[in-house]
Design a protein around this ligand. Structure first.
Ligand SMILES: C[S@@+](CC[C@H](N)C(=O)[O-])C[C@H]1O[C@@H](n2cnc3c(N)ncnc32)[C@H](O)[C@@H]1O
Length: 391
């Protein structure tokens, strides 16, 4: 994907100045097809999810009457699940309503996208992940997760570039793999010049919606756990709603510098020595080749610039038959990091973190993430020293 979408803010609306990075007809067609596919996946959410409920209901109704009688509230719960799907589907309509206006080179309305193919399971999963990401990034319920994942990064930025001692507006911070944008938003809210980067249209459409279209706190409710049919302790856990956004995204100060760029991190960021800080959260393991990510981070940092990272090594492509992947251990990655030229300044390999975890679930995933801060030496060739006088 080569879409570039610039300057979301300060007045909280995407600037529709969208350019092709490699503007030939072939790319255009591929991008249009991809755009259609993702809109199509969002549109199929409702029917796909309702079919799942119907399958369970049909089986339930085929059980002996005395079994059904023993499960008195089961069918009522299925009815509630349907209701939650309907409400999620209303949110999805709002998300895709504005998607068409985000990119100049894909001028079409979501209503023009006709869905003919059967739902793709992987894409439906991505729709569901996107719904859960609203909790992590933009709900009160996500506060604990954000405190463990985003706060260590934010604290480090404040320590390295103290607003009282430097000019935060002159400090350029990049957040690749920004998801729904909360970490980047918080960094910009502190006065830094912050840019988020994301390549998933699922995330980009949803972040456009929350960042530009939600102008009151807790104005919407999403039902993020409704697709989790297992490991539910109580009736009502699966159908619990979560209100968002917990803060008003349009409350950014007028002078705030916040932008989002759509596209593959490796393709978009090629300008050497241009960032004071790169902050990665649950991101580096999204690479086919993690070394390429680290190399790019090094290249785009100014001499003296800092890379702050927090996350596990889940290696998203590890078991995908159609994808290439290498999965170095953290021990090996440390050698790569220093081999490329970084100096490790801080390290903690015992950061207990979760990712879009349902707090009520009987199954709890926890990552023992690594957190580190490394510096590109000030004497590294090319470029200027970091802005604002890093400590
Ligand atoms: C695991 S999520 C983490 C999102 C967010 N940083 C957080 O902590 O909640 C990783 C994100 O990186 C994005 N991503 C993966 N590879 C990317 C790439 N090459 N360029 C830009 N974004 C990418 C994915 O689409 C996904 O939204």
């Amino acid at each position: 994907m080569f879409l570039e979408m610039s300057d979301i803010y300060c007045n909280s609306s995407f600037n529709n100045n969208v350019k092709q990075k490699q503007g030939n007809v072939h790319d255009d067609e591929a991008e249009k097809a991809h755009f259609h596919k993702i809109i199509g996946a969002f549109k199929q959410y409702r029917s796909h999810s309702l079919q799942r409920v119907s399958r369970t209901e049909q089986y339930f109704l085929s059980l002996p009457a005395h079994h059904q009688n023993l499960l008195k509230k089961f069918q009522i719960n299925l009815h509630n699940i349907r209701e939650c799907v309907e409400r999620n589907s209303e949110i999805i309509k709002l998300i895709i309503k504005d998607a068409a206006n985000m990119f100049e080179n894909v001028p079409l309305q979501a209503s023009q996208v006709k869905v003919t193919m059967p739902a793709n399971m992987a894409d439906q999963e991505k729709v569901q992940i996107t719904l859960k990401q609203f909790v992590r990034d933009w709900s009160r319920e996500g506060a604990t997760e954000r405190a463990t994942c985003y706060q260590p990064i934010i604290r480090e930025i404040l320590e390295l570039f103290p607003p009282a001692e430097c000019s935060p507006a002159a400090v350029k911070v990049l957040v690749p793999g920004a998801g729904l944008g909360r970490l980047a938003f918080e960094i910009a809210r502190l006065g830094y010049n912050c840019q988020g980067n994301e390549f998933s249209l699922f995330m980009l459409f949803a972040s456009n919606f929350v960042l530009n279209k939600c102008e009151q706190t807790n104005i919407h409710t999403v039902y993020p756990w409704v697709h989790q049919y297992v490991n539910n302790l109580r009736l009502g856990h699966q159908t619990k709603g979560v209100a968002f956004p917990d803060v008003n995204p349009s409350d950014l100060p007028r002078e705030a510098q916040f932008s989002m760029i759509a596209g593959d991190f490796l393709e978009v960021y090629t300008e050497p020595c241009s960032w004071d800080c790169v902050s990665t959260c649950f991101f580096i393991d999204c690479a086919n080749n993690v070394v390429a990510f680290i190399e790019t981070i090094y290249k785009i940092l100014k001499p003296g610039g800092v890379w702050i990272n927090l996350g596990p090594l889940y290696y998203h492509f590890a078991d995908m038959p159609t994808e290439n992947s290498i999965e170095p251990t953290y021990e090996e990655l440390r050698d790569v990091i220093s081999g490329i030229g970084f100096e490790m300044k801080k390290e903690d390999t015992n950061m207990r973190t979760t990712y879009t975890q349902n707090p009520m679930s009987m199954l709890q995933y926890e990552y023992t993430s690594v957190f580190f801060v490394c510096v590109k030496p000030a004497c590294a060739p090319h470029g200027t020293a970091p802005a604002g006088g890093r400590r």
